[in-house]
Design a protein around this ligand. Structure first.
Ligand SMILES: C[S@@+](CC[C@H](N)C(=O)[O-])C[C@H]1O[C@@H](n2cnc3c(N)ncnc32)[C@H](O)[C@@H]1O
Length: 284
């Protein structure tokens, strides 16, 4: 046998995670959130759940699996928060914000000339960078926006990211890639410029709520635009199909659905037409 370092086996770890433990965790995650946890996610799940086992002073994965089998247990929410992947950034996939500015907003100005009311939903908003980018784009383009009733609903399954979004305070590295004029306009830095607070004008547009997309939705009104970017990538096709059809129901006629760069509606729903790269309009 070679002396080269062998990959660390799961069973050499602080808490062994059996196949049965992993499949129990994956099953509960899928049932409750739609998130698929394939074999490649095993290592990631190990480290995230081991952290929870340590926090709860439990002895092993068996005990943890027993706890999360009860979705009323106080730990269940922490479990859900620990399986989500929240990668995001301000003006991520910037072509969507360019399209919003060049095409969608001028169209919304026309169709809402009378009621002056625009509704946007950022579904799977993570820590808030997406809804704030939408707010900044709306405010920039609806000049004299005080005459317009602009609202953004920002929702996510993970209660921690929703709280971060609601606070609207970001570490300096979150804004370091943005143009300095934009940072100056929309953020206030603290004394040592380590934290940046989003301007109240943008904050005021957004309502942050926790919402599991698989549950029933409490919203009574329809939206002009739904952003659901880099969320369905974690779901299987049947879950994606159901969700896209529900989005069609929740959009005004001709409303816009914007999805992530590696996502597609192809073969999943005929209720939208493609009008640009990962940008769709509701047909029916
Ligand atoms: C990778 S982030 C995408 C954030 C943002 N939309 C973007 O593109 O930058 C995916 C988000 O989807 C959320 N998510 C996953 N499953 C969800 C579900 N069933 N209901 C609501 N949000 C969910 C996660 O918590 C996570 O914050």
């Amino acid at each position: 046998m070679s002396n080269a370092a062998q990959p660390v086996q799961m069973n050499d770890r602080e808490f062994p995670m059996s196949d049965h433990n992993f499949s129990t965790i994956a099953k509960i995650a899928y049932q409750y959130t739609g998130i698929k946890l394939p074999e490649q996610k095993r290592q990631m799940i190990y480290s995230r759940i081991a952290r929870r086992i340590r926090a709860l002073n439990l002895a092993n994965f068996d005990q943890y699996c027993e706890i999360i089998s009860d979705n009323k247990h106080a730990e269940f929410n922490e479990f859900i928060n620990s399986i989500t992947t929240n990668l995001t950034s301000f003006f991520r996939e910037n072509h969507h914000f360019e399209y919003l500015e060049s095409t969608i907003i001028p169209h919304l100005k026309k169709i809402h000339e009378r009621d002056r009311r625009v509704r946007v939903w950022s579904a799977g908003c993570s820590t808030g960078e997406e809804p704030y980018s939408i707010a900044m784009t709306l405010l920039k383009n609806f000049s004299g926006s005080s005459n317009w009733d602009l609202k953004i609903l920002a929702t996510d399954l993970d209660s921690n990211v929703v709280a971060t979004g609601r606070n609207g305070i970001y570490a300096a590295d979150r804004v370091s890639g943005l143009e300095s004029a934009l940072v100056k306009k929309w953020f206030a830095a603290n004394a040592d410029s380590s934290r940046y607070v989003v301007a109240d004008e943008a904050k005021k547009l957004i309502q942050f709520n926790r919402l599991n997309l698989l549950d029933s939705w409490p919203m009574k009104h329809k939206f002009d635009i739904i952003f659901c970017r880099n969320v369905v990538i974690y779901f299987d096709k049947p879950t994606q199909k159901k969700l896209f059809d529900r989005y069609a129901e929740q959009l005004n006629d001709g409303g816009y659905l914007i999805i992530g760069h590696s996502e597609s509606l192809h073969k999943l729903t005929d209720r939208f037409e493609s009008i640009g790269k990962t940008i769709y309009r509701k047909l029916k």
